[in-house]
Each structure stands twice: as structure tokens, then as C-alpha cells.
Design a protein around this ligand. Structure first.
Ligand SMILES: Cc1cc2nc3c(=O)[nH]c(=O)nc-3n(C[C@H](O)[C@H](O)[C@H](O)COP(=O)(O)O)c2cc1C
Length: 481
């Protein structure tokens, strides 16, 4: 088993030949353009039309929660700053901003945003702030081709609505391994409760539409309720068993939104493939749990590519529902973070990566390409590009130019370097000091009860008192290891 020390830093792969040689040594197929185009010649600058919206370029800001809303679920100054920076990024597709719970018991932490009649005006202002920042940076009419959605969620198994250290899991199905991680037990949501929850999604979607959002994402990823329902093969009743039942949640929400807010576009972010849960072994390495659970899109054979059979069947249903916008992601930050957000440095509740993180990046890009090939009329957003660092623009340009994806989604990099899309499109060299090096503090901080943000590279967080607390907690964890 290898540790992180054996993986070369991407920053050290300074030339195309060095980067290519390293990928080859890993056995990873990941193509990139050596030369970057800029301005209107850039494939990343190509406009496209999605669901009737003109989207001005191929960069998408992925949803990035900050654990910094008010106890009532409204945005704070921290949230507003993050969203303004999303607007300043130059990306023309904003995927949800962040996960927003449709009901209090679905919040993943007591500071997650909540969409209710009471918070709707504040969320509308949050969107307006993003638009104003975009106009301020790119011109008075720049928002004409800016498309903004809101990600709607119920956190299911990972709900912690009352206190950061008090899980209140509401799972879609029993899970032999994950249930053990909740010593106080896991409650399975009943069919009637799901029926009622569907209504909350529909109400929230209507509120999002009147707040000016162009679309809502019905979140089906990362181990939260929608995703867990997709894998609830052993669940009895109307929401478990065959795929038709496991997609009833989505289908009923879509019907409701079409009836109540017909002008609102609908999108889905899905964990298209998965693995069995990982845990940290005695040396800190990530190892697979012995897990017989079937789940959604789980690959069992080591060395085998992602299992996309479930994703294919799901996307066919999504397409038949008339949904044209899909964001592909994978796994879960809770049980296989190296799959979901490849990083050199693990978060506090993670483990040393069991593979070079570039393998994880390439896996998501290849799976996205495969699904794009099979569903060519869908607008597809890919994820997990941040670990590419200096090579992100090169891989992104190649992926869009050759049709591997329609949009390049960027998560962590936007926290450290929000203007990266604007710099790439303008042909400016990257600001190396702002490049995300995947220290994972944006994940560690909330695991320790602090706000998320880029502590190493964004001076705003580095100099915030939370930064000192984070440094102290990390150092005390290191010394007790
Ligand atoms: C701090 C943090 C918060 C995140 N919040 C969300 C979220 O609210 N909804 C979501 O679907 N994904 C969320 N993600 C996952 C990202 O959208 C993205 O899939 C992941 O970071 C991989 O992309 P990247 O390599 O560009 O960072 C979050 C990731 C991080 C690091």
C-alpha cells in the first residue's frame, strides 16, 4: 500500500512531456491540449443553449456549501461573499451555489441554508448579489448569458439539523457498514414521509422560481437522501426495489414542479458511480470495507472501471422526464472522499489516498465522457477537475473541444482562485499562488465545527479567528496520532 508521500506533486510536473509521462506511468488515459486558446477562439468560450437558456461559456461553478448560514437558514455575510466570488469567476453556469435544504430536518448541519417562505427573500438577494458581482466584473449586460440554479436537498443519512455533533440520520435503507458509523442508530424514512417530503421539494422549487433562479437541481449524489434512494434495492414499498420505484421520488417531484412552476427548468446532479465505503487503517491508509451492499453504481472488482450500468438506466429515465441538464459526480465525501474529491491531503475524517489523485480525476472525466457519448442530447457537466491544478485549463479545453463534456465544473478551485475561468478565457497566465493544492481544509474545517473556506490560500479565512482554531485543532490531532 502506498502513502501520499509517493505521489508526485502536480506542481512538479512542469512540462507537457512530464505530465504526459506521469499519466502514462500511472496507466491513466487523460488527454489534454498543450496550447491554450483564448478569447472567442477558446472552446471554453463557446456559447450553448440549454433548456432555452443561452449559457455564455463552458465553465460551471459546482455547488460549494460553506456551513455558514444563520440558524434560521438564511445566508450570512460569509455566504454572500462566496456567492459574489462565484459571480466574479466568469463562469456562466452556476450549479446551485450550494446545497439548500427543503426542510429543517434535512439540513446537514445547523448552518446549512434552508429554503422556506421565511428565507426566500434572503435567497433571492443572494442570487441578486451574485448577478451584481458578475455585471460589475464583466459589464452591465453580462448576465444575459448567465444561468443560475439552486441545488435542493434533503441530507437523509447525513442530516445534523440541531447540532454539528449530533447526527439525526434519516436513511433511505439500512446499510450493513454505514449504519455502524451511527452508534445511536439510524431511522429509515417511511413511504408516507417521503410522500410529504416530495411536497417540500415542490414548494421549495416554486420559491426558487419566484426568487429568480433559472433551474433547480434535485440532488441525487454524495450519499444524501436522493442518492441513497437510488440504491435502495432492498427497500420494501413504493420507493424501493426496482429502479422504477427507486426513481419515484424524482419522478413525483418533477411532476409537482411541472404543475406548480412550469417555467422553472429542472436539473439533476448524480453520483454516477460509487465504491464500497472506505475506512482508515492503522497506518492512516484508505482501505475498502467488507461490504455486501448492492447500492447504486458500485464497482466491486478492484482495478475494474466504474460501473455505469445504473447511471445509464437512470439517465434514460431522466431524459424521458424531459430533463436536459445533468451534472456527473461520484461517490460520497463521507465514505470514499478520494473518489468524490481527489486530494493529496486527506480531510480530518479521511485517509491517505489509496491511489494517485489523478487516477480519481481521470475516472470521473472518463465516466462523464462515456455518459455524454451515450446521451448526446443532454447538457452534461463534469466534476473533479480541481486536482489538475496547473493542468486544469489544458484538460478542460481538450474535454470540451472533443465533446467529452459540455461543461467543466469547478469546485474547490473556485474557493481558492475564483477568477480562474476569467483568466483562462482572457488568455492570462494562471496565478500560481492561488491554485488549490487540495489541502482539504475546506472539508476539515466543517468536520471540526468551523466554517468552510480556503484557509491556506484565501487571506480572508487565513486571518479569520476560525483559521487559528483550525490550525490548533489540526496540530493537536497530529500530535495525538
Ligand atoms: C467544502 C465543499 C463543499 C461542497 N458542497 C457541496 C454541495 O453543497 N453540493 C454538492 O453537490 N457538492 C458539494 N461539494 C462537492 C463539489 O461540488 C465537487 O463535486 C468536488 O469538490 C469535486 O470537484 P473539484 O475537484 O472541482 O473540487 C462540496 C465540496 C467541498 C470541498
Amino acid at each position: 500500500m502506498t502513502g501520499r508521500a509517493s505521489f508526485p506533486r502536480v506542481a512538479a510536473l512542469k512540462t507537457p512531456d512530464a505530465f504526459r509521462a506521469h499519466l502514462r506511468a500511472l496507466g491513466v488515459e487523460l488527454d489534454f491540449d498543450e496550447e491554450l486558446a483564448s478569447g472567442s477562439a477558446s472552446p471554453l468560450a463557446m456559447r450553448t443553449v440549454v433548456d432555452g437558456f443561452t449559457v455564455g461559456n463552458r465553465f460551471c461553478v459546482l455547488p460549494m456549501e460553506g456551513w455558514d448560514g444563520t440558524p434560521g437558514g438564511a445566508p450570512s455575510d460569509f455566504t454572500r461573499r462566496r456567492w459574489r466570488r462565484f459571480g466574479e469567476s466568469g463562469a456562466k453556469l452556476i450549479w446551485g451555489g450550494e446545497a439548500v435544504a427543503v426542510r429543517d430536518d434535512g439540513r446537514a448541519n445547523p448552518n446549512q441554508l434552508l429554503l422556506t417562505a421565511a428565507t426566500q427573500p434572503a435567497l433571492a438577494r443572494l442570487r441578486d448579489d451574485l448577478v451584481a458581482a458578475h455585471r460589475n466584473a464583466f459589464g452591465a449586460n453580462a448576465d444575459r448569458d448567465l444561468c443560475i440554479g439552486l441545488q435542493l436537498t434533503h441530507s437523509g443519512r447525513y442530516a445534523r439539523p440541531s447540532a454539528r455533533d449530533r447526527p439525526e440520520p434519516l436513511a433511505a435503507a439500512a446499510h450493513p457498514v454505514l449504519d455502524r458509523r451511527f452508534p445511536d442508530g439510524v431511522r429509515i424514512i417511511a413511504d408516507e414521509e417521503i410522500d410529504a417530503l416530495v411536497e417540500h421539494f415542490v414548494v421549495a422549487a416554486r420559491l426558487a422560481a419566484s426568487a429568480g433562479f433559472d433551474f433547480v437541481d434535485i440532488k441525487h449524489c454524495h450519499g444524501y437522501l436522493g442518492h441513497e434512494l437510488l440504491g435502495a434495492v432492498g427497500r420494501p414499498g413504493r420507493y424501493g426495489g426496482p429502479l422504477e420505484n427507486r426513481t419515484r421520488f424524482l419522478r413525483t417531484i418533477v411532476d409537482g414542479i411541472r404543475a406548480e412552476a412550469p417555467e422553472l427548468a429542472i436539473a439533476v446532479r448524480v453520483s454516477a458511480f460509487d465504491t464500497v465505503p472506505y475506512r482508515k487503517d492503522a497506518d492512516g491508509h484508505g482501505v475498502e470495507e467488507d461490504d455486501p451492499y448492492s447500492g447504486f453504481g458500485i464497482t466491486r472488482e478492484p482495478g475494474c472501471g466504474p460501473n455505469l450500468d445504473d447511471a445509464r438506466a437512470f439517465l434514460q429515465i431522466v431524459q424521458d422526464l424531459g430533463i436536459h441538464l445533468v451534472c456527473i459526480t461520484a461517490g460520497s465525501p463521507y465514505y470514499n472522499p478520494h473518489v468524490q474529491r481527489p486530494a493529496l491531503f486527506p480531510p480530518s475524517d479521511g485517509y491517505d489516498p489509496p491511489e494517485d489523485p489523478l487516477v480519481g480525476v481521470a475516472r470521473q472525466i472518463a465516466a462523464t465522457a462515456c455518459l455524454k457519448r451515450e446521451f448526446p442530447s443532454m447538457a452534461i457537466v463534469g466534476s473533479a477537475y480541481s486536482y489538475l491544478q496547473e493542468w486544469l485549463p489544458h484538460v478542460a479545453q481538450h474535454a470540451v473541444r472533443t465533446g467529452l463534456t459540455d461543461f467543466v465544473g469547478i469546485g474547490r478551485m473556485v474557493l481558492s482562485y475564483p477568477e480562474l475561468p476569467a483568466d483562462v478565457l482572457a488568455g492570462r497566465p494562471l496565478r500560481r499562488k492561488s491554485i488549490c493544492r487540495t489541502f482539504s481544509d475546506c472539508t476539515t474545517a466543517p468536520r471540526l465545527g468551523l466554517r468552510s473556506g480556503c484557509y491556506p490560500l484565501d487571506g480572508f479565512y487565513g486571518s479569520h479567528p476560525d483559521g487559528e482554531v483550525l490550525a490548533a485543532r489540526k496540530s493537536s490531532e497530529r500530535s495525538t496520532r
